[in-house]
Design a protein. Structure first.
Length: 54
């Protein structure tokens, strides 16, 4: 993820954690976002991009 995207996600999760009366969906979203990570590697995306460009 790009730096601006990571920043927005941090702001979003902080806002969600501060929310009073969280729903079950809110709690699940907090759990999912707090533990997620980006494991994508650009070298795996290159063949797809080359195919799309041709």
């Amino acid at each position: 993820m790009s730096a601006p995207s990571r920043l927005m996600m941090k702001v979003f999760i902080k806002t969600l954690k501060a929310k009073k009366d969280k729903s079950e969906a809110d709690e699940e979203m907090i759990r999912m976002i707090s533990g997620s990570y980006d494991i994508s590697d650009r070298k795996h995306i290159e063949p797809i991009l080359e195919c799309l460009r041709s």
